[in-house]
Design a protein around this ligand. Sequence first.
Ligand code: PMP
Length: 307
Amino acid sequence: FNPPPNFLWHNGQIKPWAEATVHVSVHALHYGSSVFEGVRAYETPQGAQIFRLQDHTDRLFHSARVYEIDMPYNEEEIRAACKQAVTANGLRSAYLRPIAFRGYGALGVYAEVPTEVSVLAFSWGSLLGKDALEHGVDVCVSSWQRCAPNTLPAMAKAGGNYLSSQLVTREAHRLGFHEGIALGANGLLSEGAGENLFLVMKGKLYTPPCSAGVLAGITRDSVMTLAADLGIETIERDMPRESLYFADEVFLTGTAAEITPVRSVDRKQVGRGGRGPITQRLQEAFFGLFNGRTEDRYGWLTPVSAE
Ligand code: PMP
């Protein structure tokens, strides 16, 4: 955080950033027992608006349910906290990080300790860089695979899952790539370390299904919806690794990564080696939601302030 934001929301109130501390014995630090979201607020002609806040809040509560993490606030309170975290910092656009975690009190794996909840809001450009949105990124297929079904549940967005993401992305960076794509436990394509994966073949979109051990990404869903509006079909289907090598276009989606084209996989060029035409059309439709060129037909935008 450079510089850190002034404020954040923590356990029910806005606090100075430096005051939101926890003890080193908190359960989540030891066992990964946190659930969280990544959400974005965009600057729009109507002021700052949060993208798909309701869906992100729903997913946070679903993740908490999987792990039996008691939520001391309801969905409406979490949505209000997200807005407050943005306004307290006077941000016009922001990356938001609501997080709920097992807190302080005992260290048994089965410990009933109070849940702490925070919402951070800060400025963050696209995950893989602004340049990446236009020119694309170089990725590799990771030597690390994702968790098998019914091990760590991929559809819950829990802190512990990001140990797998760290293995994938750190290996990729060590080898000189921008990001890594993991195969699922079945050896078929799953997702990036923190992004869903799309391939374009003969004018259609292909993406691994949620049964491939991927997070049901909200950007993934937005892209499929916008693609349908553009008359582009999406097929959710298992695909072998080599599909990446003959796809016409490949791109990654995520709240942080937005829609990032992939220009090479394992040093093999994808298509013409930059952003493909369908990827670009989808980016225009997506970013058009925030500059007013794409109509918000699905009520995806929530104003940060009531006015
Ligand atoms: N997969 C993983 C592992 C992620 O961490 C993310 C980012 N939340 C995504 C996919 C994309 O999800 P979303 O579009 O909801 O941000």
